[in-house]
Ligand binder design. Sequence first.
Ligand code: AHG
Ligand code: MN
Ligand code: MN
Length: 286
Amino acid sequence: MQDMKEMKPLLEAIMKSAKRIKVAIDVKDIGYSQQENSSGETQLQLDIQCDMIIEEELSHVPSVHTLASEEKEDAMAVHADGKYLIGFDPLDGSSLVDVNLSVGSIFGIYTNDFEAKSMLASCYVVYGPRVELVFAFEGQVRLYLLQGGEFEYVKEIKLNEKGKLNAPGGTQQNWEPYHKAMVDGLFQEGYRLRYSGGMVPDLHQILLKGGGLFSYPATSDKPEGKLRQVFEVFPFAMIFEYAGGGAIDGKNRVLEQSPRHVHDTSPCFFGSNYEINRVKEVYANV
Ligand code: AHG
Ligand code: MN
Ligand code: MN
């Protein structure tokens, strides 16, 4: 049993990284680097800088065994006698920084390996007009706000059974017809479109407004979806399940998946129960 005492140094290191990343974002030049990450995306200097900040802060924590980042091909060994493996996306939605939309950092805290069932806690930070942090552990989802230089606890996050927001990801042209019909069906029921292109603020909005659906399906150009299991999908899946909603790949819980590689992706749907059940009904027959 892991208690909060063991999680505290990890959470504090994440909080320290978040404060430094906020400072790094608030600069004029966020220019492109010459490098690509493991998913073939051109990295921003800012992606690399945020990766370094998190690596530095988490390496100081003696209980950290391994770090795996969206921005690095291979996992990195840190303390041989450490017990936690951290998978993180240093700056999710980084291509939105130049247009001043919200971005985030995502963390999954694992033991033994990077399988979903080995995840003990997860966390994300939203850098928006305000900096907020959400931490899921032992069945609870806690919201913190950065105020006067410190993260202050605000409240526990709980989803309603049904929401009003619909955040459909991926290129529509490449959606399967049944997926398009499902998305259209929700709009016909009165759902409102909320999609910024950053999964952190998009999912944060659904969590704080009580519910809805975020989808990033399998598409003809991306049959395995776009979002990465270890750094993006699993951490948010734990948060949605603990908040009383669900996270599935269409048919099954994403928290039952075993990635073959740390950079593997999966189609994913996050939402409150009503919308997740709708996805299951539609995807049951395909
Ligand atoms: P990243 O910036 O780490 O590569 O991730 C961006 C992700 C995610 O935040 C967002 O939901 C999704 O990409 C948007 O993709 P589409 O533009 O294809 O909808
Ligand atoms: Mn990302
Ligand atoms: Mn990223």
